[in-house]
Design a protein around this ligand. Sequence first.
Ligand code: GLN
Length: 490
Amino acid sequence: MTELTKLTLAAALDGLQRKAFSSTEITQAFIDQVEASNETLNAYVVKTPEKALDMAAEADRKIAAGEGGRLEGAPIGVKDLYCTKGVRTTACSNILGEFTPTYESTVTQQLWDAGAVMLGKLNMDEFAMGSSNETSRFGPPANPWRREGSNQTLTPGGSSGGSATAVAADLCLGATASDTGGSIRQPASFTGTVGIKPTYGRASRYGMVAFASSLDQAGPIAKTVEDSAILLEAMCGHDKKDSTSLPEPVPEWRDAVHRGVQGMKIGIPKEYRVDDMPEEIEALWSQGIEWLKEQGAEIVDVSLPHTKYALPAYYIVAPAEASSNLARYDGMRYGTRVAGDNLINTYEGTRSEGFGNEVQRRLMIGTYVLSSGYYDAYYLRAQKVRKKILNDFVTVFGECDALLTPTCPSAAFAYGEKADPVQMYLNDIFTVTANLAGLPGISVPAALDKQGLPLGLQVIGKALDETSCFRVGGALEEAAGFVAKPEKWW
Ligand code: GLN
């Protein structure tokens, strides 16, 4: 039955509709794979096999009656950032203890309404802060990919590392993820999978544990561009419960994937050519340009002059919003409480034991940049920079339809290799810009590097123009013909 787990989501949905196999069969196949691999790969932090089989039985009943939704019977994994009713949700933080929500996030509800089956909750960096999953309370997952000839464990990236691991290792047909500064796209790039962050406001944030509310966006990690379109269509849509959710209809993105790029103008931003970028990534980027040219796109050189300020601005805005959002974890309402002899001690004990080091670092930075006397110098200035970054994009999108860049300045790295937080933050250099400007961005696997590790290319689109991301992403996928899978060692 393991072959079923290797199917793409599109192929599995087709097989389910044709009754080539049942949802119960494919769900059981995934449960077995998760069971056999989780000790090694640590992708799932909560497994819900009974719930999955119940949902699968219901899906089979619906398919038999000809009533299924568009994801009917498809087993997926959920990042531990999404509240799932009756299933422990901790954003992989100790401070949430055994918190079990009494309500469902809008995004996951929409997936269940479409017929998807929940296999469990996926590992991530604590509160989605990180690029490697080293900050998870449950210990990090292992990237199924390794350097050729080495058995060193590599990170699948972060913060959606569990989602990327699960998709790359065939432990679900697709997964939910979230992206505040690159957490969908960077793990996708590190694991040979596809990840898309839609325009800010496309997907509801209701029931997603908040990190930085003006940047957080839901999206999928999937095996192919088409699969990512199928999932994104089900995840997006207006939601009254999120005031930042956009009242926009959801296009048929799946149709855009094979439309080609004939006549499109693709911008190449010169500022994404950074010092110390491995030559192979530079070469892959050039290859990507060639692929798009061959398929009839016009390539234009463009400039986004404020790019160099994006990372510093992000690492002020995101911690500032986090310090405000995470103020609610005080040991009074949910999760862990370390009782002291007075209220202040209780707060202090709870927060210093409940939060890990990286989260504490961000809360301190965030509190500092928002404090009176420093607010203008840091937070306000970062907001002004953010506006300039957005304006750069608005200007270049007068000249082109989408931008092509590398997703990351490196392939997957090993645990402990980036012990200095700033080194870790630098990995987000190509991804944070889309969050600051609220734009959609997709990462598509395009090649293996000399060490045999996947590398991704990123396409950034205009606001609400995910369609162009899917067209260009689909064209890159086809040209790259990336079919490599990690050699199974787990
Ligand atoms: N790596 C970035 C950070 O640590 C982005 C995280 C994210 O997108 N959730 O903030």
